[in-house]
Design a protein around this ligand. Sequence first.
Ligand SMILES: Cc1cc2nc3c(=O)[nH]c(=O)nc-3n(C[C@H](O)[C@H](O)[C@H](O)COP(=O)(O)OP(=O)(O)OC[C@H]3O[C@@H](n4cnc5c(N)ncnc54)[C@H](O)[C@@H]3O)c2cc1C
Length: 595
Amino acid sequence: MPEYKAPLRDMDFVLNEVLNAEQHYQNLSGCEDATPDMVGAIMEEGAKFAERVLSPLNQIGDQQGCQWDDGTVKTPEGFKEAYDQFVEGGWPSLAHETEYGGQGLPESIGIIVNEMVGTANWSWSMYPGLSHGAMNTLNAHGTEDQKQTYLTKLVSGEWTGTMCLTEPHCGTDLGMLRTKAEPQGDGSYKISGTKIFISAGEHDMADNIVHIVLARLPDAPAGTKGISLFIVPKHLPETIGTDNGVSCGSLEHKMGIHGNATCVMNFDEATGYLIGPENKGLNCMFTFMNTARLGTALQGLAHAEWGFQNSLVYAKDRLQMRALNGPANPDKAADPIIVHPEVRKMLLTQKAFAEGGRAMIYYCAQLVDKVERAEGDEKKQADALLAFLTPIAKAFLTEVGFESANHGLQVFGGHGFIAEWGMEQNVRDSRISMLYEGTTQIQALDLLGRKVLMTQGESLKGFTKILHKFCQAESDNSDLQQYIKPLTELNKEWGDLTMKIGMKAMQNRDEVGAASVDYLMYSGYVVLGYFWARMAKVAQEKLAAGEGDAAFYQAKLTTARFYFQRILPRTRGLVETMQSGADNLMEMDQEHFAF
Ligand SMILES: Cc1cc2nc3c(=O)[nH]c(=O)nc-3n(C[C@H](O)[C@H](O)[C@H](O)COP(=O)(O)OP(=O)(O)OC[C@H]3O[C@@H](n4cnc5c(N)ncnc54)[C@H](O)[C@@H]3O)c2cc1C
């Protein structure tokens, strides 16, 4: 049976040795309690829960799926009990305000727990994951009364939350949504409409579900400017157990994440309450979406880590063929497949994406801490940097997470295709991450169009300056030149490419769309290169000082070298394709797309 072991050593390395978490928390208001001892204790406990409770339920969740019966939804065996333990352990309240029953810890600590929980069992983790986003939205935009009524129950974990955006005719283009909200004159609204694909929309894990719903007021302007945001509970707080006109019409039958209920939700004059100003719903929802996007970036890391761990065990155990340079294991009938270069490539690719992705996400989470708790310029800069990195983290890490899950399966050969090993589940479960929370294509347009070109390249400069400073500081470090030299060149090239695309886009807007995904992937490889170089620098310093576990640091250096020599050169192909222009995509008439 596939298993998950929390990579505590690597998590500690990224957090404390690379990102200097102790200092980060000391500099932030309200984070004084986040000492290394305390964070270490949270990690240990989170690891136990993920390994012992959630990991064994991962395959069960896939096999049993969720069952719909006349509007009720039964989650797979053990899911509810695991949720009860999660609540008893106080986990839902970790990174929420003390005023509403939370523990007041920063988001970056929450994300560490989310990583372990999500890697052990992604489908299960989506139930509290959606609640977390609902809590952040209410915290940012709810009234005091709404927070006391709803947020406190979500923070305690008694109730869970959802995000209801998508409708049958609109997913990406929310400006077309039709769900209606009729004011009742007493501060409440009657919400009517159908939402589809609603994760955790109905289940048996909590007493109530707080739906955060996008809907349109009467006479609202057309498009995205006429959308408002509402709280629509499954049961109104004053009448728990009584129907509020919210029902689950059916469950989707889907490719993966079977343990998570993906629901068609019908709102039939359900009572709801406005969150934030009228017609500003999409702006308010962005609070939710940004948290959710970083949460989805984590899914890329989760499937890469899970695939890596399980395929590594298999590659050391499975005997097939001999090493090309002669038997490595002459006493046995064959050598373990880990001796073969191409098997190693698949393992190292997964390792490079998982460990590099961890550094990228923890770094983004520290930016979230600064946005939430710092002041003045520090807050502003963190906000701009986070806005730039979020589409990269979301789309790039989920694309390479899916690639990694595929490598994990391939290491198992034909056995990877057989359900009992769990590798095909990992591939299926990972595929959704490139679709929800904005597809890769939409993240790419957001990055290149909205974030980079619309700021005249300012947001890109916010990051390239950091990269430049790092390369400058290490320019005399001969051991690091194998990383610094290519990064310096890429950093310059990144700006040049942006300029060229921007110039072409002035003549033809399709040039932006045509370059966008290649540009995003290029950006992802460069950003990951920066984190691998930072990790290599720390490893090199520790080895030189003779500190700690030499084998761990040596493996970091070897993986960094692999990343720079085997993965980063993918940028060369992307440079060619992103500059090849829009014509090769747009010149064919629609009717010539024939079959
Ligand atoms: C399992 C699952 C769980 C989900 N959970 C939730 C949830 O909890 N809440 C919720 O509200 N929604 C949820 N969704 C919906 C999800 O967010 C949408 O499916 C997603 O946003 C894409 O929308 P769509 O499916 O309508 O695709 P479309 O918007 O129809 O897109 C189709 C294709 O066109 C591309 N495309 C569209 N516009 C452009 C453009 N301008 N440029 C380039 N390419 C473009 C897209 O990238 C995609 O490849 C979930 C979906 C699934 C499958």
